[in-house]
Design a protein around this ligand. Structure first.
Ligand code: URP
Ligand code: ZN
Length: 456
């Protein structure tokens, strides 16, 4: 199978140029000023940008919280992902209490069978002990080189000493651990305070987890990494203060990787007061103008490494589990389909970042940190033929009604986007055409190598 894309502008982190791209047997075969074929399929990309397929570093599909299960499973979530230009998702296989990592990995492989984009797994660990440590080498052998730990959530929370020990153990093997950074004790105390005041609606959520709750967790993680001597990856960074902690740690020589999500530079804390404020209940919560500006500045200065979505969708009926108590609203929002158009509209078009930085944030750095580069994360000869044709002149309104995710709400409902993903090539095949998914279920497991640790 040969696909030839003509007249597009190839965008890489290092620059952009008008070029044709030929893909053969699932790989990029040629990139040059003019390629005339032959090819089985010729696509005209005049006026469009060509990016390496986008990588979403943070999704939660088919995640069972005990009280309820996410609205999206891999089948629905990856359909939304691929139409939005995400050719690889890194989801969190979750080792719940009493489970082994092997069990979790087997379970996630089953869950992901009907995927429409490529997928890999981070391993989220709820217990850190000798039995779990004995499984780590097998995880690497199975292509899992990144892990996650939580400072919060009763079902997942681990202690600082466990994070420290895991950083040393996993870091020595070339892996990285993402940490959800918030101060558990303080946020529990503040939830109780809000409830005692009778503030039971969604507006209580951001009050219970203010900026300092995240910044303290980030500062603590930075010190843990300083002591362990191994890298730290801060997941879904949302605050100016947290970003300052990352910068300060780097000045001390700590190797830190920072991820953010579109909700932290496009949405606002005032949204919790809306009638459907429950749909914005996610952790960390939406922030204020100064945080949004800081996150964009961090993207511009390359202090933020990559952008995931933290897609963790729940229907409004599921969100209603917390109608009388905000702390019972299932945490998370739907965003997997909208990342590229949001980054383009609210970061590139506004002048905060360049197209080249968009390429860096949407795929290259993730591919490097998570052991997929240069097969993924860059358009070059020999790389996998995962490619996005992005039309910068396609204004439209975002809505859950037109999104493919399986959920009756979107945090971005009604927002304008100026461009959109037009076509997507996955593993050398055209799977999305003119915004429509034409070939579902083409996703493959991505075996990942140890981390490149490009900030070492
Ligand atoms: O609210 C969120 N983000 N839910 C998903 C789990 C997590 O914290 O990443
Ligand atoms: Zn998450």
């Amino acid at each position: 199978m040969q696909i030839l894309i003509q007249n597009g502008t190839v965008v890489r982190s290092t620059g952009r140029r008008k070029a044709d791209v030929l893909m053969r047997d699932g790989k990029i075969a040629q990139i040059s000023e003019r390629i005339d074929g032959p090819a089985d399929r010729v696509i005209d990309a005049e006026g469009c940008y060509l990016f390496a397929g986008f990588i979403d570093t943070h999704t939660h599909f088919d995640l069972d919280l005990g009280v309820t299960v996410t609205a999206d499973n891999f089948e629905t979530g990856t359909k939304a992902a691929i139409v939005g230009g995400t050719t690889t998702v890194l989801d969190f296989a979750t080792q719940d209490h009493g489970m082994t990592m092997h069990d979790a990995l087997d379970l996630w492989h089953k869950k992901a069978e009907k995927s429409s984009c490529n997928y890999g797994f981070h391993m989220a660990v709820s217990e850190w002990n000798d039995a779990r440590k004995a499984e780590v080498d097998d995880m690497f052998r199975a292509g899992v080189s990144s892990f996650k730990m939580y400072m919060v959530y009763d079902a997942m929370k681990v202690g600082d000493g466990q994070i420290y020990d895991a950083q040393k153990f996993i870091g020595a093997r070339g892996g990285v651990i993402g940490v959800h950074c918030e101060n558990y004790d303080i946020l529990q105390a503040r939830i109780a305070e809000e409830k005692a005041k009778g503030n039971l609606g969604p507006t209580g959520h951001p009050v219970s987890r203010p900026q300092a709750v995240e910044a303290e967790g980030v500062a603590r993680l930075m010190r843990i990494a300083e002591l362990s001597g191994y890298p730290a990856w801060v997941v879904h960074l949302s605050t100016a203060d947290g970003l300052e902690e990352v910068r300060a740690a780097r000045r001390r020589g700590v190797e830190v990787y920072a991820e953010t999500c579109p909700q932290y530079f496009t949405l606002d804390v005032s949204q919790y007061a809306a009638k459907d404020g429950a749909k914005f209940v996610m952790s960390p919560p939406l922030r204020e103008a100064r945080d949004r500006a800081a996150i964009l500045d961090g993207m511009k200065r390359r202090d933020i490494d990559f952008i995931g979505t933290d897609h963790c969708s729940f229907t409004m009926a599921q969100k209603a589990l917390g109608k009388d108590d905000f702390s019972k609203i299932p945490n998370g929002g739907a965003g997997v389909q909208n990342r590229a158009e949001l980054v383009y509209t609210y970061a590139v078009q506004t002048g905060a970042i360049t197209l080249e930085q968009m390429a860096l944030l949407m795929s290259e750095r993730a591919a490097r940190l998570f052991g997929m580069f240069p097969k993924k994360g860059v358009l070059k000869v020999g790389s996998d033929a995962d490619l996005v044709i992005f039309d910068p002149n396609a204004p439209h309104t975002i809505s859950w009604r037109t999104n493919l995710h399986n959920c009756d709400n979107s945090p971005y409902e009604g927002m304008q986007a100026s461009g959109r993903v037009r076509d997507v090539i996955l593993n050398g095949e055209l799977v999305t055409e003119n915004g429509t998914l034409v070939k579902p279920y083409g996703g493959r497991y991505v075996f990942r190598n140890p981390s490149e640790r490009y900030r070492k």
